[in-house]
Design a binder for this molecule. Structure first.
Ligand SMILES: Nc1ncnc2c1ncn2[C@@H]1O[C@H](COP(=O)(O)OP(=O)(O)OP(=O)(O)O)[C@@H](O)[C@H]1O
Length: 606
């Protein structure tokens, strides 16, 4: 077994966490001055009934929650206090993995993002080693969306083991797993702890076998700690307070029932008794930071499990903290750009389906409007054609952001919190990769639609494409913005309403000349005002010659394109201004989205 060198103990004293309750002056205390010590080399479980404060304690210890927290949390390597950043990881209940990558690709990407100073071959060797130890070798070439729940959980752990963290926090690692996968998962955690790591997990209702696997249990009720000590001592602890665990009852179930108040309210007396450190004096054999130290009274269960654990000991200490060199953010940017690109091409709904839709819709819309760009009797239809293009590209680009981005946020939270990369790096990578893809989509739609409906003119067509390209990139920004501030249901609702309003102020459904003054002022904030004006000017401004008036018509009012521009209340020669306004709004929404995303990252629960 590999000796683990960067052991870290977690000591917390008088930890208090409170939250403001809406419409109430008084704050609600979630953690009520709890104390504890989670040692390296131990597998600690935080247990308790629902709402006891387990997740809150975990979030405070991981450093995810920092506001409204009082008390001390110290991380020490035995002698000196140490910083936890980059030496801990937080594995969430949901296994947030990109579905389109295989297990090996997922591991390789994580490895590239985390470790710089090794060759590709060494990376693969390290990955093979971790996968073998976590019994995932046979899933190497399977896409993450196809592996089982237990395998996903092990893969989530494997990903974090690459840079060999000293402390692992796991939120409900056994939720959703069957009893054998749960036992396997907890045994794996025990093995990792045996290497000298500090492993802390929250868990719901563990079986008696799993409960006995924990080296240290920390039981919570109503924000208090009601027991901290070895799993073996639970029954004795409760007996010392007059609470006798029935003979055939699991101690794990019994103490949670007591904490839940099923036998009366003992929270305060238990909280007082739980300060006694003697219950911690376990009969375990754990590896301390100087090596293995056997304690004499080791329980037979632990002996057995340790024996079995050493059989399949993960020996995952592939790279120690001192050897680890992390890649620069620039290198990570390149890796993330590559990942984003691959993801777009593998997810057929993002690219292939959209390409098909854009081609089909451009042809359909083009055929519907026919020669409206040439025929002076159809000029009003032509404005409708330009408007439909804006709405079509806006909607089809905005919606994926609204509907899909929230699921990506969960992956982002995990990866940024665990130090894989900085949020700005991710965001910049996604903008750089997605912009050309959106431009390509816009070109595809606008070239087909333009050639079917408008007379060919290279400059006008270029301006036409440019307006649609900026519209598409802005719509993507707006969709992601909604994805960062709302859930998919609310995002869809807000997105649809906003699209309608932006359209109403575009200057076609209500002409600018007919808008009340206040509404006209509001229209200056509508992105679609500038896109429509830009398109109209691209098509009709710049000395466009007279339009064709069919012989069958006595009079064509819009034969002179200037009449149309004037009637729409648009300003000739304004194309560049419209373009600048669109670019400003595009940059503004992209910048705003970065901050809303950052804010969303800070709030772990949402
Ligand atoms: N931001 C908040 N605002 C108001 N109440 C909160 C907030 N965060 C947590 N709580 C409350 O604090 C208590 C503890 O919550 P926490 O999520 O830590 O419990 P838990 O033990 O993890 O529960 P579960 O096992 O059901 O996940 C709960 O009653 C919860 O409603």
């Amino acid at each position: 077994m590999t000796q683990y060198r960067d052991s870290i103990d977690i000591i917390f004293e008088d930890l208090k966490y409170s939250v403001a309750v809406p419409r109430q002056k008084k704050k609600k205390d979630i953690l009520k001055k709890v104390n504890g010590r989670f040692n390296s080399g131990e597998l600690t479980a935080i247990l308790g009934p629902s709402g006891a404060g387990k997740s809150s304690l975990m979030n405070v210890l991981t450093g995810f929650i920092t506001q409204s927290v009082e008390g001390n949390v110290t991380f020490s390597n035995g002698k000196n206090p140490v910083k936890l950043k980059n030496r801990r990881c937080y594995i969430l209940q949901e296994d947030n993995l990109f579905p389109w990558y295989t297990v090996n690709e997922t591991m390789m990407l994580a490895c590239q993002l985390k470790v710089a100073n090794i060759t590709q071959q060494s990376r693969q060797k390290m990955i093979d080693n971790i996968l073998a130890n976590l019994h995932l070798t046979h899933t190497k070439s399977t896409k993450c969306k196809n592996i089982s729940g237990g395998q996903k959980k092990r893969l989530s752990i494997a990903l974090e083991l690459i840079d060999n963290p000293s402390v692992l926090f796991l939120d409900e690692p056994t939720t959703g797993l069957d009893s054998s996968s749960s036992a396997q998962c907890v045994r794996l955690l025990q093995n990792l702890a045996r290497e000298g790591r500090t492993i802390v997990c929250t868990i719901h209702q563990p079986s008696a076998t799993i409960y006995n696997t924990f080296d240290h249990v920390y039981i919570m009720a109503e924000g208090h700690c009601v027991y901290q000590g070895s799993a073996d001592n639970t029954v004795s602890y409760l007996s010392s307070l007059g609470l006798r665990c029935p003979q055939y009852h699991s101690p794990a179930d019994y103490i949670i029932e007591v904490a839940n108040g099923d036998y009366g309210n003992f929270t305060h007396s238990l909280a007082k008794a739980a300060t006694d450190n003697r219950w911690r004096a376990s009969q375990l054999c754990i590896m301390n930071r100087t090596g293995m130290s056997s304690k004499e009274n080791r329980s037979s269960f632990i002996s057995d499990s340790s024996r079995s654990s050493s059989d399949d000991s993960p020996s995952t200490s592939c790279i120690s903290g001192s050897q680890l060199k992390r890649p620069s953010e620039l290198r990570r940017l390149a890796i993330l750009m590559n990942r984003c690109k691959t993801q777009c091409f593998r997810d057929w709904t993002v690219t292939h389906l959209k390409i098909l839709c854009h081609v089909l819709c451009a042809i359909l819309i083009g055929l519907m409007y026919g020669d409206s760009g040439v025929n002076a009797t159809k000029s009003v239809n032509n404005i409708g054609f330009l408007t439909i293009g804006i709405v079509y590209l806006w909607y089809t680009t905005m919606m994926p952001g609204v509907l899909r981005f929230p699921s990506e946020i969960a992956i982002l939270k995990k990866e940024t919190f665990n130090g894989w990369y900085k949020l700005g790096t991710y965001y910049f990578a996604s903008i750089v990769v997605m912009a050309p893809i959106h431009i390509l989509f816009a070109i595809l739609y606008s070239v087909i639609a333009y050639l079917i409906t408008q007379p060919f003119d290279a400059i006008r067509m270029g301006q036409f494409i440019l307006v649609y390209a900026v519209t598409t990139i802005t719509a993507d920004g707006f969709g992601i913005f909604l994805g960062t501030i709302a859930n998919p249901v609310n995002g869809t609702f807000v997105g649809a309403i906003t699209t309608c309003f932006l359209l109403a102020f575009s200057g076609f459904l209500v002409l600018f000349n007919h808008m009340p003054e206040v509404m006209r002022i509001i229209s200056y904030f509508s992105f679609k005002r500038y896109s429509l004006e830009g398109l109209v000017l691209a098509i009709y401004d710049n000395n466009r010659s007279s339009l064709w008036c069919p012989d069958s018509e006595l009079y064509c009012h819009y034969k002179n394109p200037m009449y149309l521009i004037n009637e729409l209340g648009m300003t000739p020669t304004n194309f560049n201004f419209d373009l600048y306004m669109m670019l400003i709004q595009m940059c503004a929404i992209k910048t705003l989205t970065y901050f809303t995303l950052k804010r969303r990252m800070r709030n772990w629960e949402n």
